[in-house]
Design a protein around this ligand. Structure first.
Ligand code: ADP
Ligand code: MG
Length: 286
């Protein structure tokens, strides 16, 4: 399911546009990142995808759902089933005493109770990397990474086609972060989800996303394939865009030695690349 913004503006105060005439097409089965400095409109853009907040003008379409539609033809219950939102603070989402109940909740409201729910909960927990023993645990007692996994599981249980996450790596340690990144990649590749991530964590994004939308002052200033978007660091700097450390490093190498190291997703890959270069494998010279 694709997400489309067509000339979308949103104003909180009727004077300034927090999101200002945005048009973008976020294609199916890809991971999309939304970045930009504080106050650039990231959260507003995400909230316009939640089916509750309507644009001041323009259209927001997710698959067959027209979220800007006020005529009552928009079926919120069906929409919730297809589009899952994971909020920044997962504990805000929790209200059950056990992980099992928490994850099963969406299933219970959307479908009649049946004996297969437990099995389904176990399957979903497995997908997010938690074993069966978590079912009886209190979600509030888990660590940050586990909480985020439970929050994602409770959204995944209704098998949404689109998964939207607000700052998913905030407060996670390195190991939890790596596991979450692997999970998100897996959800795209194996389960064909369309994933939209709003984050300030550009290093994480650079590794896992396909496309990036860059916002500044409510407008899209760049958009598309991540490598293309980050190929113009000077332009992005002018717009106070956060730049991945690897991109900064590569730019220094390019400026100093004229070496184009190509796309490097993370530190391990960078170390391997440098080892290759020093062995004489050589980068691509421009
Ligand atoms: P970001 O998530 O990129 O930091 P936001 O979407 O939260 O940006 O904010 C975009 C603009 O809208 C900012 O100027 C912000 O002050 C304003 N804004 C955000 N939320 C509200 C609100 N609830 N009421 C009034 N103004 C808001
Ligand atoms: Mg925000």
């Amino acid at each position: 399911m694709e997400v489309i913004f067509r000339n979308v503006s949103y104003s909180y105060d009727g004077i300034n546009n927090a999101v200002d005439n945005i048009s973008v097409f976020l294609d199916s089965n890809l991971i999309h990142g939304i970045i930009g400095p504080i106050g650039s409109g990231k959260s507003t853009m995400l909230e316009l995808m939640n089916g509750i907040m309507k644009p001041t003008s323009g259209k927001v379409l997710i698959g067959k759902y027209d979220l800007s539609n006020e005529d009552g033809s928009f079926d919120f219950n069906k929409f919730r089933y297809d589009v899952g939102l994971v909020y920044q603070f997962p504990e805000k989402q929790f209200f059950c005493n056990t992980v099992g109940e928490e994850v099963a909740f969406a299933e219970k409201i959307f479908k009649t109770k049946n004996a297969s729910i437990r099995k389904k909960v176990i399957d979903i927990l497995k997908i997010v990397g938690l074993d069966e023993s978590y079912i009886s645990r209190n979600p509030f007692s888990l660590n940050g990474g586990e909480k985020r996994r439970v929050a994602i599981a409770s959204v995944l249980i209704s098998n949404p086609k689109v998964l939207i996450l607000d700052e998913p790596t905030i407060g996670l340690d390195d190991k939890s972060k790596k596991r979450l990144m692997k999970l998100l990649k897996n959800l795209k590749v194996r389960y064909n989800k369309t994933i939209v991530i709003v984050t300030h964590d550009v290093d994480m994004l650079y590794e896992i996303v396909d496309n990036i939308v860059v916002l500044d002052k409510g407008k899209i200033i760049s958009e598309g394939n991540k490598v293309n978007v980050f190929s113009n660091v000077e332009y992005l700097n002018k717009h106070n865009t956060p730049i991945p450390n690897i991109v900064r490093f590569e730019k220094k190498i390019y400026d100093k030695y004229g070496l184009d190291m190509g796309y490097i997703p993370n530190m391990n890959a960078l170390i391997r690349k440098i080892a290759d270069i020093s062995k004489g494998g050589g980068p691509n010279e421009r």
